[in-house]
Design a protein around this ligand. Structure first.
Ligand SMILES: Nc1nc2c(c(=O)[nH]1)N[C@H]1C(S)=C(S)[C@@H](COP(=O)(O)O)O[C@H]1N2
Ligand SMILES: [Mo]
Length: 492
C-alpha cells in the first residue's frame, strides 16, 4: 500500500466546504418541502391516522370536506428555506442545491479513487467493527483514542457509512419519489416499500445527516478546535491554528450569509429568484423526468383518497350538477382542423381506457385508484391538431372560490408529447364508479407520470394553442401561476 500523508489535500478541503454549503441548503429546503405535508407513512394509501410520524397537531374535521391544502404547516425561515407556505420555492432550492451537491460529491469520490486517499474511508478488513467498538467504549470512558493515521476506526467507519451507504440511499430514495420514475419503474420504488417508504427513508436520511453534523462538530471540539481547523482549512495540524480558526469561522459565516441571502431573496424577490434557480436546472429536470412513460398497473384502491381543490360553487356548475350533466358538453377547439363538442354519452361511446395507478400530490401524499376514460390521443385524432399546435390547455368549471385573492379559473397546460402518452386520459370513472364530485366530476385529467396538480378536475374544454404565455401569469397552470412557483417539470 502506498503511504498516506497526514495532510488534507486542497480538493478535500474545498469539497468539505462546498459539501457543508450545499447540505445546509438541502436540509433547509427539505424541511420546507416537509411542511407541505408534515406527515410520514409506510403505506401509499396515506390513510389519515396511519402515519408513523405526524408533525401536524391540527385535527381534520369529521363532518365537512377538508382538503390536503388544510394540512399544510407553514414553517419558520430559521429552519426552512425559504419558510412560510412556499413549497414551490423550497423545491427550486432543493433541486438547485442537489445538483451542486452531486457535482461536488462526484468530484470528491473521483479524486479519492484516483489517488491513494480512497483507503482513508474504505475499511481494509472486518476488523474495523471490533476496533470501532473499542474506540466507542474509549470515548464513553472519556479517553481520547490514539490515532495511528488521520482517522480512528470509529471515525473511518462513520465516514465510510456517510459517503458510501447513507448518500447513495438518499440519492436513490430521492429519485424514487419522482412520479415519472415511480410510474416508469414501479419495481424500483417497491424496494423502498413504495412511494411513502421512499419518502420516509429520505426523511430519516435527513435526520442522520443532521445527527452526523452534530456529532462531527462535537468531536471537533473534543479533539481540539484549533487543531481540527488547521487540518481542514490549511491542510495539516502543523499550520498556524489562529489563522486556520479565523479562516474556518469566516467560511462558516459565509455559509450562514448565503443561507440568509437565499432566504431573503426567495421571500422578497420570489419571481426573479425562481428564474435564477431554473437556469440549467430546468432543462436537466426536463431531460430526466419529462419523457418517461408510465406503465403502472397496481390493481389497488385506497379506502379514503384525499382530495385537493374543493368542488366549484358557480351557477353553471350547480346547474350541471342538478341536471346530472345532461347539458354538459366537452369542447375541443383552437388550433384544430375540426372543432368538436361531446356530451358524456358520446364520450363514453369512444374506446375506453382503464388504468390502476398511484396518485402523487406535490405536497407528498398519495393514493391508489382505478381510472376509466378516453385516451387524449383518441380525442386528438378526432379533432386533428394543426401543425402549429403545441400545447393543450385544459379549461375547467372551477372558479377557485377557496382562493378569492387569486383570480381566474383553474386550468392546466400540457404539451402534445405528454398528451399522447399511453396513460394520459380524460377520466369519467374512478374506482369503476362515475367520477365523484370531489374528484372532479364529470371529467378530469389523468397523467400518470406527473404530479397531481397537473391533473385538472371539472374539465369543460380542451383548447389547442401554440403558446400559453397569455394565460394567467403565463406559467402553464393555475397552481403553477399563483400558488407556489412550481418547477416546470411536473415529473418530479
Ligand atoms: N379544478 C381543479 N383541479 C385540480 C385541483 C384544483 O384545485 N382544482 N387540484 C389539483 C391537485 S393539487 C391535486 S393533488 C389533484 C387532486 O386530485 P383529487 O382531489 O381527485 O385527489 O387535483 C388537481 N386538480
Ligand atoms: Mo396537489
Amino acid at each position: 500500500m502506498e503511504q498516506l500523508s497526514v495532510e488534507f489535500p486542497l480538493w478535500v478541503r474545498l469539497t468539505h466546504f462546498f459539501n457543508f454549503l450545499f447540505l445546509s441548503l438541502l436540509v433547509r429546503s427539505g424541511i420546507e418541502i416537509i411542511g407541505a405535508h408534515p406527515r410520514f407513512y409506510w403505506n401509499d394509501h396515506c390513510e389519515p391516522g396511519s402515519e408513523w410520524l405526524n408533525f401536524l397537531k391540527k385535527k381534520m374535521p369529521r363532518n365537512k370536506l377538508w382538503t390536503a391544502e388544510d394540512e399544510i404547516k407553514p414553517l419558520n425561515s430559521w429552519v426552512a428555506l425559504p419558510g412560510g407556505n412556499n413549497l414551490g420555492m423550497g423545491r427550486h432550492w432543493h433541486y438547485w442545491s442537489v445538483i451542486g451537491w452531486l457535482i461536488c460529491g462526484l468530484f470528491y469520490v473521483s479524486m479519492m479513487w484516483l489517488s491513494p486517499h480512497w483507503q482513508r474511508l474504505v475499511p481494509a478488513s472486518w476488523e474495523i467493527f471490533p476496533r470501532a467498538w473499542k474506540t466507542f467504549l474509549a470515548y464513553l470512558s472519556f479517553e481520547m483514542p490514539q490515532n495511528k493515521g488521520l482517522f480512528n476506526p470509529l471515525q473511518k467507519l462513520s465516514y465510510f457509512c456517510l459517503v458510501y451507504v447513507l448518500t447513495p440511499i438518499q440519492i436513490l430514495s430521492g429519485i424514487a419519489m419522482a412520479p415519472a420514475i415511480s410510474g416508469r419503474f414501479p419495481a424500483f420504488v417497491a424496494l423502498f416499500g413504495g412511494r411513502q417508504g421512499a419518502r420516509s427513508v429520505h426523511f430519516i436520511g435527513l435526520l442522520l445527516y443532521l445527527l452526523f453534523f452534530v456529532v462531527h462538530l462535537f468531536m471537533v471540539f473534543v479533539h481540539g478546535f484549533g487543531k481540527g481547523m488547521a487540518r481542514i482549512v490549511l491542510g495539516s495540524e502543523s499550520k498556524p491554528h489562529d489563522i486556520a480558526v479565523f479562516l474556518g469561522l469566516a467560511g462558516i459565516l459565509l455559509v450562514v450569509l448565503i443561507n440568509v441571502v437565499a432566504t431573503y431573496a426567495s421571500l422578497k424577490h420570489t419571481f426573479r429568484m425562481k428564474k435564477f434557480l431554473e437556469l440549467g436546472v430546468d432543462s436537466l429536470l426536463r431531460f430526466f423526468f419529462h419523457h418517461q412513460r408510465s406503465v403502472q398497473n397496481h390493481q389497488k384502491t385506497s379506502p379514503t383518497p384525499r382530495a385537493n381543490g374543493r368542488p366549484p360553487k358557480n351557477e353553471l356548475f350547480q346547474h350541471h350538477l342538478q341536471h346530472n350533466f345532461r347539458d354538459f358538453r366537452l369542447k375541443l377547439y383552437g388550433l384544430v382542423e375540426t372543432p368538436l363538442a361531446f356530451n358524456l354519452q358520446e364520450l363514453k361511446a369512444l374506446p375506453k381506457e382503464e388504468q390502476s395507478t398511484l396518485h402523487i400530490c406535490i405536497q407528498g401524499w398519495s393514493y391508489y385508484a382505478q381510472w376509466g376514460g378516453v385516451h387524449l390521443k383518441t380525442l386528438l385524432d378526432l379533432c386533428r391538431p394543426l401543425p402549429k399546435a403545441k400545447y393543450l390547455v385544459f379549461h375547467t368549471m372551477d372558479e377557485k372560490w377557496e382562493h378569492p385573492e387569486d383570480e381566474g379559473y383553474y386550468y392546466e397546460v400540457i404539451d402534445l408529447e405528454l398528451a399522447c402518452k399511453p396513460q394520459s386520459l380524460l377520466a369519467y370513472e374512478m374506482n369503476r364508479q362515475p367520477l365523484p364530485l370531489e374528484h372532479g366530476a364529470p371529467l378530469r385529467l389523468r397523467l400518470e407520470s406527473q404530479l397531481g396538480y397537473k391533473m385538472a378536475k371539472y374539465v369543460s374544454a380542451i383548447e389547442l394553442v401554440e403558446d400559453f404565455s397569455h394565460l394567467g401569469k403565463g406559467q402553464g397552470g393555475w397552481r403553477d401561476d399563483v400558488l407556489n412557483y412550481f418547477v416546470k417539470t411536473a415529473g418530479i
